[in-house]
Design a protein. Sequence first.
Length: 59
Amino acid sequence: MAETFVVVSKVKKIVKDAGFRTGMDYVSSLSSKVETIVKDSIEKVKAAGGKKTLGAEDL
């Protein structure tokens, strides 16, 4: 498995509290989506130039 970008125990707790179970493929896919979102934000800020801090507006 690649690097994980989410706290697995926290994700599993939310799912369990809702009465469901979590497959590891779910956590891996969620982590991949988070990585993509972060990388897209970085590219957006790079393209705009001028700042070095990512904010909510960059999502």
